[in-house]
Design a protein around this ligand. Structure first.
Ligand code: GDP
Ligand code: MG
Length: 436
């Protein structure tokens, strides 16, 4: 999807402002991309129409590049379409009763465990898992394995074939044993059928849960919409759980489901492990669908802070070999103004994961700044005059060692060389690519 969108948005590059013609061109591609991600045709069409109106209405924002503005509008709209805000679970009731529904293999049992674990970790909750899948003995065992793993009690009754009775007995068991949350895991079938719908509906009526959740495998694409609709018609459920988002899923199901049943997506499953659960953030999902990290806000923040005239002046200096420590200091301050380093790097697509384990200290610049502050103006503009005795003095003044001063000088030299290189042939293309 992201490749397609890249292509779509590429159409807009190089144009000074957004005109009706290139908006139409771009939106055709965006629509195609959404359809490819299994978004329902009507939804995709409505979506692009809304984006079109917004894009044409916003020609005021000519300072941003049209491509970026377009990305932002598409992203905002996608976020809105998936619900806008984060939605929690209704925890009223003593105990709170949570009912799981969904097809077989959608991830109900796994998610029941994940949710129990998630709530248990909140300290004030003492969940109980109830096994109501009466068709497969293995399903009951599976829930017990899960319960053992996360140290949460499981109620089951293997001889009993009436899921309604088991659910009710489970709730009674919870009340007797001080459990304040009951999570009811149910049976599913491979496709929507009468028997399953009647059964889940009967359980629902009998126990009147505070929260009924519909669990859906995000890899099922278009089918997910029909399944969601069928379950919603019968249960009028409160929220959707999107599982298996750890794979190479396209995520289009999230958009379609929300639009068709108008119920919030509450949690996502991102793996088989009990910890692989996440609250659903519409804006993050939009990013995922757009496949580009939080580029949009990175662009915005950078734009806010970066003075173009300053940048041009700097470029000239680099070209003339006049880039000095004062300029370097200015750059550091510029970067710092943009915010927390880790956050910034996290917003670069692909870099988030990579940088997670690397510790970036926001104070990393402190030593550097101290050294530069201890230099005379002459030394800053012409670092080559910094000899051994000057290094000693700078070290003393900044509270650093001569080695640290040396290291900074070395890094600075390397950087100056690199910047000079960036000015020529290959570098220019690279810089331009980055600008777009
Ligand atoms: P149920 O039939 O609805 O109870 O589905 P299960 O909970 O038994 O899950 C079916 C399969 O999907 C199992 O092999 C799970 O390990 C797997 N599964 C469930 N949730 C996730 C998820 O978020 N990511 C991945 N990769 N696998 C999942
Ligand atoms: Mg199951």
């Amino acid at each position: 999807l992201s490749e397609k969108l890249d292509k779509a948005l590429h159409v807009l590059k190089g144009h000074g402002s957004i005109t009706e013609v290139n908006v139409a061109e771009t939106l055709k591609e965006v629509r195609r991309a959404l359809l490819d991600a299994d978004v329902n045709f009507k939804i995709a069409k409505n979506f692009t129409n809304t984006v079109k109106e917004k894009a044409l209405g916003q020609n005021v924002l000519t300072t941003l590049q049209p491509g970026q503005l377009m990305v932002k509008i598409v992203k905002d709209e996608l976020t809105q379409l998936m619900g806008g805000d984060v939605e929690g679970i209704n925890m009223s009731g003593t105990p709170t009763i949570i009912l799981m529904s969904g097809l077989q293999g959608s991830g109900k049992t796994t998610f029941s465990g994940k949710l129990a674990n998630f709530l248990k970790n909140k300290k004030t909750k003492k969940p109980l898992l109830v096994a109501c899948d009466v068709y497969r003995p293995a399903a009951v065992d599976q829930l017990h394995v899960v319960g053992d793993q996360i140290k949460v009690d499981v109620y089951s009754d293997k001889g009993n074939t009436d899921p309604v009775a088991i659910a009710q007995a489970g709730i009674a068991h919870a009340k007797q044993n001080g459990h304040n949350v009951v999570i009811i895991d149910t049976a599913g079938r491979l496709a929507v059928d009468e028997a399953m719908m009647t059964e889940i509906s009967n359980i629902h009526k009998a126990i009147q849960p505070q929260e009924t959740l519909f669990v859906v495998d995000s890899m099922t694409g278009q089918d997910a919409v029909n399944t969601a609709k069928a379950f919603n018609d019968v249960l009028n459920f409160d929220g959707v759980i999107l599982t298996k988002l750890d794979g190479d899923t396209r995520g289009g199901a999230a958009i379609s489901i929300k639009s068709v049943v108008n119920k919030p997506i509450k949690f996502i499953g991102t793996g088989e492990k009990m910890e692989a659960i996440d609250v659903f953030y519409p804006s993050r999902m939009a990013d995922r669908i757009l496949g580009m990290g939080d580029v949009v806000s990175l662009v915005e923040r950078a734009q806010e802070q970066f003075d173009e005239a300053e940048a041009r002046k700097l470029q000239k200096k680099i070209a003339k070999n006049q880039f000095g420590f004062d300029d370097f200091l200015k750059q550091i301050q510029q970067i710092k103004k943009m915010g927390n380093m880790k956050d910034l790097i996290g917003m670069i697509p692909g870099a988030g994961k990579m940088m997670k384990d690397i510790d970036i200290d926001d104070d990393a610049f402190k030593g550097i700044e101290a050294i530069i502050h201890s230099m005379t103006i002459k030394e800053r503009t012409n670092p080559s005059i910094i000899d051994a005795s000057r290094k000693k003095r700078i070290g003393k003044g900044s509270g650093t060692s001569v080695q640290e001063v040396n290291q900074l000088l070395k890094q600075f030299n390397q950087m100056s060389k690199m910047m000079k290189m960036m000015q020529g042939g290959k570098g220019k293309a690279m810089m331009n690519a980055m600008k777009n």
